[in-house]
Design a protein around this ligand. Sequence first.
Ligand SMILES: CC(C)(COP(=O)(O)OP(=O)(O)OC[C@H]1O[C@@H](n2cnc3c(N)ncnc32)[C@H](O)[C@@H]1OP(=O)(O)O)[C@@H](O)C(=O)NCCC(=O)NCCS
Length: 179
Amino acid sequence: MAIVERPQVTQPSEEAPVPANRDLRLERLYTRDLVHVRAFLDRVLPVHYSASFLLHFITANDSHLLTVRDGCSGTILGVVAGRLSRSALDANAVTGHVMILAVDEHSRRLGIGTFLMRQLEFVFRSARSSLQALILQVESSNVPALTFYSSLGFHPERHLSGYYQQSGDGLLMRKSFSV
Ligand SMILES: CC(C)(COP(=O)(O)OP(=O)(O)OC[C@H]1O[C@@H](n2cnc3c(N)ncnc32)[C@H](O)[C@@H]1OP(=O)(O)O)[C@@H](O)C(=O)NCCC(=O)NCCS
């Protein structure tokens, strides 16, 4: 199968500065990196993503996956991914759904998660200026992630009973923008 790769990122947006004193490289997902990104996510997250699911972030225009790497070694330090969608009720209302976020466990609390989320928001905005909100689902018991998302301006919107088969309830969180 021929895979059409989109032009790669990317100058990081200046609105989302690189964490202080860090030599980081921001990239979109390349097909050649699929295996490495998948291995990273398998190591860091309890859920496992298929290669075909990840491939979607290379080929689909409304889906984006960004990696951040150590500028020297090239080691993957974090991954964020999401998809834009239009409201069924209002075609002008565009929402960005954050689907994956993971930072290497030895590189946390350095601002990398914040950097990735802001860069994804920038990529979403560049694609659709009418971005109205970011949404995501998170496990209700994942206190670090809840604190993290709150620090970025997300608010709990809805309790999702039994959303996660293995670990129980979830929470829908939203960050709204005025457009
Ligand atoms: C959640 C996660 C992405 C945060 O990434 P990170 O790079 O460590 O986040 P940042 O350094 O940008 O943190 C920004 C702020 O979020 C909050 N925060 C982040 N991790 C936290 C933790 N473990 N405990 C409490 N607050 C935390 C803090 O307010 C932090 O600011 P501070 O360090 O100045 O106090 C990371 O912990 C992770 O990958 N966890 C495992 C995967 C996961 O849970 N993903 C989300 C699934 S929906």
